[in-house]
Each structure stands twice: as structure tokens, then as C-alpha cells.
Write a protein that binds this ligand. Sequence first.
Ligand SMILES: *Cc1c(COP(=O)(O)O)cnc(C)c1O
Length: 354
Amino acid sequence: MRLKLFIPGPTEVRDEILRAMANPLIGHRSKEFSQLYAKVQPKLQKALYTKNIVFISTSSSTGLMESAVRNCSNKRIASFICGAFSKRWHQIAVANGKEADKYEVEWGKPITAEMVDSALATGKYDAITLVHNETSVGLMNPLEEIAEVMKKYPDVMFLVDAVSSMMGVKIETDKLGIDVLLAGVQKAWALPPGLAVAAVSEKALKKAETVENRGYYFDFLTFLKYHNKNQTPTTPTIPHIYALDLQLDRIFEEGLDARFARHHEMAEYTRNWAKKYFALFPEPGYESETLTCIKNTRGVSIVDLNNELGKRGMTLSNGYGKMKEETFRIAHMGDLTVGEVKALTANIEDILGL
Ligand SMILES: *Cc1c(COP(=O)(O)O)cnc(C)c1O
């Protein structure tokens, strides 16, 4: 049975998009490919509220997390950690031979603008890593407040993982002064996994020129060189680019604001439902707009619940790592609707006898 995915990636992909992946292939050095690339680029820029170049990477999001730290620091990175993915970004920096310090909060608590300010006031850093929407705990960091503080430090690269928020939440890249805004497309983009995008500022590209050992596969300057020919450095996942092109059209047909409003509505509904029967995990006011992390206050078996949901053609996500049974997560992102989320919660109520 096909399961409807209420998990934070991969998310539901509509049939029309899956079919676009089956278009016949073209050579990645052909005129047709360059035309496709050139057609997608301004749409990506519009969707990400940016004039920056948006690189297309054949990798999952983690590849671009690696490229961001690898290309944008030759001094020291401040890694802000509030869950598993932000912790991973610090590990990636260290694994790439970068100097990186951890600024960590308890899971469920946000990174604040004050924290960022006091770390940067030391003058030790040339980059920060921030996960906008920490998927492991269902928490959204106050990006706009942090962006305000970042304006005091124009030489510090502002690297943002928006993997599970991009296209579910409005992120005005240029207004916020984000140097690298990255995401894989298997989350709120509602595309199959295997492709990632990053809006990279001119400042970040200038910075990369000063950085040695940028690696090979993810060298921003190589990406730039090929971008100027409407190409990618290596053979890209062409099927994804067809699908991305179509999905961008569908997103604009719905309207960006309408898409974000739909996400907000799904989040509000899920939060209210969770508060009625369980409790929310993150600190109030910082709940994610794209997934809800719920405290398992009733001590139900999440494994059993998911097995029963599976028989009904749907699945949600257990807690992340150490919180596997203490929490569970309902993703409400991508092309899902409020009606579909309501059908999920009705089934949960039925199974648990709530
Ligand atoms: C899913 C996720 C990642 C990792 O994404 P991959 O595409 O699997 O590499 C990184 N950061 C966040 C916030 C995520 O939700």
C-alpha cells in the first residue's frame, strides 16, 4: 500500500511531479539543458526572495552544509546547536578541518539573537552556522532577530540551513542578508530526494576566493564558473530539474503567500490538536511551522501507533534519536493540505481511543 507521508522528509510527492521525473534525458552539456537551467534560475530566485545565484547541487542537503562551511571560513566558525542537525553541522565543519566552536542550548530551546551577538562580539569568527528549523525537535529559531544582529557583523558569513523550512515558511534571503541559504528538495519543496539548492551571496563567493582547500565536488567557484554557462560542474540529476521546474510553476500558481499561509494553518491545527491530547515539545513561541514535535505524555507506543496507521495508509515520525519514544513528530509540509492532516489526527484518535 502507498503510505501518505507525514514524516519530515521525504514528503509526499504528487503524481504529476513523479511523472515529470520520467521525461526523456538530455545531455548536460547540450543547449537544451542550458535552456532548462536558465529557465529554472529566475524562478528559484523569486521563490527564495533573492538576486543571488542559486546553485543546484546533485546531493542531499548535507552536501551543501559541507560546501557552506568548506567555502566560507578560513578563520573560525561559531556553530549554534539546538538539536541533531545543528550538531551535525558542527561535526561537518570539524571533519573538514575547520576551526569551529559549539554554542549549545538544551533541546527544545531556541538560539537567541543575544547568544549570537555575544559570540560574535569576541571577534573570533568569520562564519556562523544556524539551522533555521531544527527538525529533530520541531523548533524554529528566530531568524529575523538573528539576522538583525548579523547586520552588525558584515564580515561574518551567515550560513543558514533551511532544509525543513524552505518553501514552507517565507524566508526573504536578501532582506535578511543570508550568505548561504540551503535546502534539499525532499522536504517542504515536496520533490523526491537527491537534489539540493543554495542561494549564495556575492560576499560568500568573494570569501571563497580567499579560502584554500575548498574541495572539488562542492567548490563554489567551480559552481560559479559553470553557472555562467547555465550548467552544473558535473552531471546533475536532470530528472529532478524537470520536476523542480514544474513544481516551481505549481508553487507560483498557488502563490507563495498562499503556500506559507497553508503551512501556517496546518501548523496551527496540529498544535491545537496536540495540546488537546498531548503537549508540545519546544519552548512556546518557537514551534515549527512545518512539523510539530509532540511530547508523548500518554506514554503510547509510537511504534504500535505507526503500525496501525500504516494499515490505514499513512505514517508519521517517531522522535529523533534519543527522543524516539518520548516524542513523536507530525510533518505538515510540502503539498499536504489541512484536510489531509485532519484525516491523520482523526485516525490517531480512533486508534488510541481518544
Ligand atoms: C533533513 C535535514 C537535514 C539533512 O538532510 P539530507 O537531505 O538528508 O542531507 C539537514 N538539516 C535539517 C534541518 C534537516 O531537516
